[in-house]
Design a protein around this ligand. Structure first.
Ligand code: UDX
Length: 441
């Protein structure tokens, strides 16, 4: 099937490449000429496992092209909208400028029976509004949220755990037009349909809410365990053992109970804020008032990590050499958007510490935004002479592949702050380190 993907950022570029890999003929469209030139050469504009291979194969097969020319969308049967919905500059609501511009720009090129499939994360009510401009063209608007995780984006796109589509509906469920749209989407996602991946067809509002509520739930789970970490800190309890124990209850589950410096990235923080802002607009602010608390708990964990470093030096971090292991908001990513890791590093620098920071993928991005920090590519080089080490992104390079004895041989002091509770505390202690975890004695 011929597809267009409007917006070639994180979501769009991966979606375009993944759709080409399952046999579709895809054109990716973006206003950013540099990005389009890069993608056209088969170069991934960001670090994401397997994306490079998919781009190379797609371009070589002729199934995957990129352009800045919106008219290239003409003739595609489904047009995916994958542009960003960042947090507004002067508030918490989502900025829909790019979504609106993408749909407006597409309108002249739509034909009778086309689908416009929104994938961006939007405030509930957006799809119904956009449908008003799409419907007169004879095309159908659907909302098909994306649940991919960075670092697993390719896998999550090709083999998602569920598919959701909001289609035109009335009180009896999907209309005829809605049913037709759903069957086109089933053709698009044929490998998932063949393996019986749950495919939920619903109305616009539900589809939009599925996405934001999934992210809100995940954020809540992380902040819940971080709240328990705060209690553990004043009682001498160990939050990692607590998480293991409650996680054995299948109703709770152990995943996303990793206490530490909290969540960041381009999605969870902005999405819960936008959700709270939208609920306020709808007169239901109190229904999700807890999300403010989720955000507040999350941000407090960054303070806690900084405090632990300060405590470790009896209040004096000025001119101390501190090596920060990690800059990305999570491993397997070079993304530093709202990265708790980088935030902690910047704050330590602000306190007068000499901060050296390393990361296997995110240094270039971090340096661009925070040039004041000292960046060292080589992990061991970064550790050399440190008075303390803080782990803030749980890359395998730090978690599994850094023997504490080896680290001790490189550093000056032997203080380690485990901002992700990812190290083997006993092994580090046995190697002579003073170990501080998050919510651990
Ligand atoms: C998230 C959702 O998981 C995904 O479904 C949605 O489409 C986009 O937002 P992503 O931003 O890629 O994906 O990251 P995720 O793996 O969810 O992690 C988010 C943050 O939470 C990271 O900073 C991570 O370090 C943190 N986290 C995660 C914890 O602090 N503890 C945990 O137990 C899990």
């Amino acid at each position: 099937m011929r597809l267009s993907v409007i917006g070639c950022g994180y979501l769009g570029a991966v979606h375009a490449a993944a759709m080409a890999s399952i046999g579709h003929e895809v054109v990716g469209i973006d206003v950013d000429e540099r990005k389009i030139a890069q993608l056209s050469r088969g170069e991934a504009p960001f670090f994401e496992p397997d994306l490079q291979e998919l781009l190379t194969a797609g371009i070589a097969s002729g199934n995957l092209t990129f352009t800045t020319d919106m008219s290239a969308a003409q003739g595609a049967k489904v047009h995916f909208i994958g542009v960003g919905t960042p947090q507004q500059k002067d508030g918490y609501a989502a900025d829909l400028t790019y979504v609106n511009a993408a749909v407006d720009g597409l309108l002249p090129y739509l034909s009778e029976g086309d689908l416009v499939a929104g994938k961006s994360t939007v405030p509930v009510g957006t799809a119904a509004r956009l449908a008003e401009s799409v419907t007169p063209t004879g095309a159908t608007l659907v909302w098909n949220p994306e649940f991919l995780r960075e670092g697993w984006a390719v896998q999550d796109t090709i083999d998602p755990d569920r598919l959701v589509a909001g289609v035109p509906s009335d009180a009896n469920g999907a209309t005829e037009e809605g049913e037709r749209a759903a069957s086109v989407l089933r053709e698009v996602y044929h490998p998932s349909v063949a393996k019986n991946t749950p495919f939920i067809i619903t109305d616009y509002a539900t589809a939009e809410l599925v996405k934001v509520s999934a992210n809100a739930f995940l954020a809540t789970k992380i902040s819940f365990i971080n709240a328990m970490a705060e209690i553990a800190e004043v009682t001498g309890a160990d939050v990692t053992t607590l998480a293991d124990a409650i996680g054995h209850d299948a109703r709770i589950g152990r995943r996303f109970l990793g206490a530490g410096i909290g969540f960041g990235g381009g999605c969870l923080p902005k999405d819960i804020r936008a959700f709270a802002a939208r609920a306020e607009e709808l007169g239901r602010g109190e229904s999700v008032a807890f999300l403010r608390e989720i955000d507040a708990i999350n941000l407090r964990r960054r303070d806690r990590a900084v405090d632990l470093v300060v405590q470790a030096f009896d209040g004096q971090v000025f001119k101390k050499n501190i090596t920060v292991l990690g800059a990305a908001f999570k491993p397997h990513s070079d993304d530093i958007r709202d990265s708790p890791a980088l935030d902690v590093a910047v704050r330590l620098h602000g306190l007068g510490a000499w901060v050296t920071i390393t990361d296997p993928a995110a240094i270039e991005n971090a340096r661009r935004i925070h040039p004041q920090l000292n960046y060292v590519e080589d992990r061991d080089e970064a550790l050399r002479g440190a008075d303390a080490v803080i782990v803030v992104t749980e890359w395998d390079e730090y978690r599994r592949e850094l023997p504490p004895e080896h680290a001790a041989s490189l550093t000056n002091g032997h203080i380690v702050i485990d901002g992700r509770n990812c190290l083997d505390a006993n092994a580090w202690r046995a190697a002579g380190w003073t170990y501080y975890g998050m919510g651990r004695p």
